[in-house]
Design a protein around this ligand. Structure first.
Ligand code: FPP
Length: 237
């Protein structure tokens, strides 16, 4: 396998509902089928040497979905961790999470925290689950932390710069993603990693998430290798 061209990949796993509906199934069956794609992505990224894989599993806006669907996704999250934690751990995967985790129900939250604790010293792929995550919420939470320090007299407003904000995000030690993939043909970020994606390459594919396999990831990496990343600079002569 060729080496990964990037350190941090973000994926917006979209299209589960449409995948299920197109088969005459209930939407939740699409979420169930998503597990195979998650498995493939984790395995491929691990083998290729990607260091961080962030999966947008549940957004701050997803709480607005019907109660039954939300409960199903939360139960799936819990059972996904239970079923996969041994194999993730033996593959040296470090389980991490980003988002307003305290919003999660007790069951999945307990399972998640136990998985994070058990795998915290692993040196393989860091699998970051974005749960009750919103880019705007993350920025708002960072602003609150900074405002508290100002009120306490620990810093002055003029001291606030980009570095201050970056260091108050949920996972300040994780580098920005070089690429974000969104499946299912939608072309937007939907509140995913708003600050961190400032210079991310965006990759959109028509493939629905439950159909997304290693070869699709390989195509995305090949596309990434062809991108010219200038970060506001110009190409050297
Ligand atoms: C997007 O498809 C998917 C979601 C909002 C939820 C994703 C949840 C999982 C993959 C399962 C839980 C997570 C883990 C880590 C096991 P959609 O429902 O918006 O699809 P649609 O756009 O076709 O309706």
């Amino acid at each position: 396998m060729t080496e990964a061209p990037l350190t941090h990949l973000g994926i917006i796993m979209d299209g589960n509902g449409r995948w299920a509906r197109s088969r005459g199934l209930r939407r939740i069956e699409g979420h169930r089928a998503a597990e195979r794609s998650i498995h493939d992505a984790v395995e491929y990224c691990g083998e290729a040497g990607v260091k961080y894989l962030t999966l947008y599993a549940f957004s701050t806006e997803n709480w607005k979905r019907p109660k039954t669907e939300v409960s199903f996704i939360m139960a799936l999250l819990r059972s996904f961790i239970k079923r996969n934690i041994d194999s993730l751990h033996s593959n040296r995967v470090k389980v991490m999470a980003t988002g307003r985790l305290d919003d999660l129900p007790q069951g999945p939250l307990k399972e998640l925290r136990a998985a994070m604790k058990r795998t915290e010293n692993n040196d393989g792929l860091s699998l970051i689950l974005a749960l009750s995550y919103g880019g705007r919420a993350e920025l708002a939470d960072a602003v609150v932390k900074i405002a508290r320090r100002v009120v306490q007299g620990d810093m002055q407003p003029d001291d606030i710069d980009e570095g201050t904000i970056a260091s108050d995000l949920y996972l300040p030690d994780v580098p920005d993603p070089e690429m974000i993939i969104r499946t299912s043909g939608e072309r937007r970020l939907s509140n995913f990693l708003l600050w961190e994606s400032a210079y991310s390459e965006l990759y959109f594919t028509e493939v629905l998430w439950p159909d997304f396999r290693k070869e699709h990831l390989q195509e995305a990496f090949e596309d990434f290798r062809r991108r010219k990343r200038r970060f506001g600079n110009v190409d050297p002569d």
